[in-house]
Design a protein around this ligand. Structure first.
Ligand code: CAA
Length: 289
């Protein structure tokens, strides 16, 4: 494998682009507009510069990783990719459109993957040119820090595709776990209902934002409390994941917390919008309830 295309230059796509380039592979990074991919590259440059400052990596390695990242403005360039990873918004209609468009340039020996956090792979594979070469590769945020990648074959995914993707994950220095194609896979199936439950606890007035988070940090040794983590992931993403799990299983225990849905309706999406369960406008995040 020499070249990887990453579609979507948001927080996940940028993180994936960074670790792929640090592993010595060329990255074609795209978003809906070229300037968004260029801005993402500039942000990755800052992240790499911080790693150099902290003496985690050599300046020459940062420079060489950065030189491997090529922002691209359309799908045509992706004909060079051995692997195309979609890391766009967690909306199924958008993802289907991307697979159809990128599928037109996907080489006959190349693999198409989705970094979806919950949408069934088998369902998305129908929009790709060859479901045998379609697979889920799910990274965790922040990508440069988190060791895990979930590998999710769909019904038609070939064994060769699974092996190639596991080899790719190992090359990034990350650990793979394989999950069946069930909504939320392994980790989000367990995590996101817990975050949703924290929203129910908050909505019912049982405890404050600060105490819910402090309770889980100190009582469970979690690095972040559930509301802080939901803000970090993005409340819209958390809500979408709950909707997918709820819709796919039909089980009412997965219904999204009304407070979570309300925050998303208000545009309070967490860190990325400056407000969620915390207000991020000042030096330190301040709980809002
Ligand atoms: N990019 C790169 N490195 C980062 C980073 C980022 N965005 N954020 C933090 N780091 C690095 C820091 O540089 C630091 O590195 P060193 O120890 O080498 O100096 C290290 O991570 C620790 O960071 P901090 O000291 O600043 O802060 P912290 O100790 O509070 O850790 C954290 C921050 C790593 C994010 C930690 O709070 C954590 O692990 N939180 C939980 C994250 C989590 O659960 N992620 C999964 C979310 S679910 C998901 O992603 C799946 C999905 O589909 C929704």
């Amino acid at each position: 494998m020499r070249t990887v295309a990453v579609i979507g230059a948001g927080q996940m796509g940028s993180g994936i682009a960074q670790v792929v380039a640090q592993a010595g592979l060329r990255v074609l990074l795209s978003d809906v507009q070229l300037d968004l991919a260029e801005k993402a590259k500039a942000k990755i440059a800052k992240g790499l510069a911080r790693l150099v400052e902290k003496e985690k990596i050599a300046a020459a390695d940062a420079e060489s990783a950065l030189s491997l990242i090529v922002p691209v403005g359309d799908y045509a360039a992706m004909v060079e990719a051995d692997l195309i990873i979609e890391a766009a918004t967690e909306r199924e209609d958008i993802k289907h459109r991307i697979f159809e468009a990128a599928g037109k340039v996907l080489r006959a020996d190349a693999i198409m993957a989705s970094n979806t956090s919950s949408i069934p792979i088998t369902r998305m594979a129908v929009s790709s040119p060859d479901p045998a070469r379609f697979i889920g590769v799910h990274f965790f945020n922040p990508v440069p820090v988190m060791k895990l990648v979930e590998v999710i074959p769909g019904l038609a995914t070939s064994a060769a595709t699974v092996d190639a993707v596991k080899g790719f994950v190992a090359r990034l220095g990350k650990e793979a776990v394989q999950s069946g194609d069930e909504p939320g896979f392994i980790v989000n199936r367990i995590l996101v209902p817990m975050l949703n439950e924290a929203c129910f606890v908050l909505g019912s007035g049982t405890a404050s934002v600060a105490d819910i988070d402090k309770g889980c940090r100190l009582g469970l040794n979690h690095p972040m409390g559930p509301l802080e983590l939901a803000d970090f992931i993005g409340l819209d993403t958390c809500l979408e994941i709950m909707r997918v799990i709820h819709g796919s299983t039909g089980d009412s225990k997965y219904r999204p917390a009304p407070l979570l849905a309300k925050y998303v309706e208000a545009g309070w999406l967490g860190r990325k919008s400056g407000r969620g369960f915390y207000d991020y406008s000042g030096e330190v995040p301040v709980p809002t309830r």
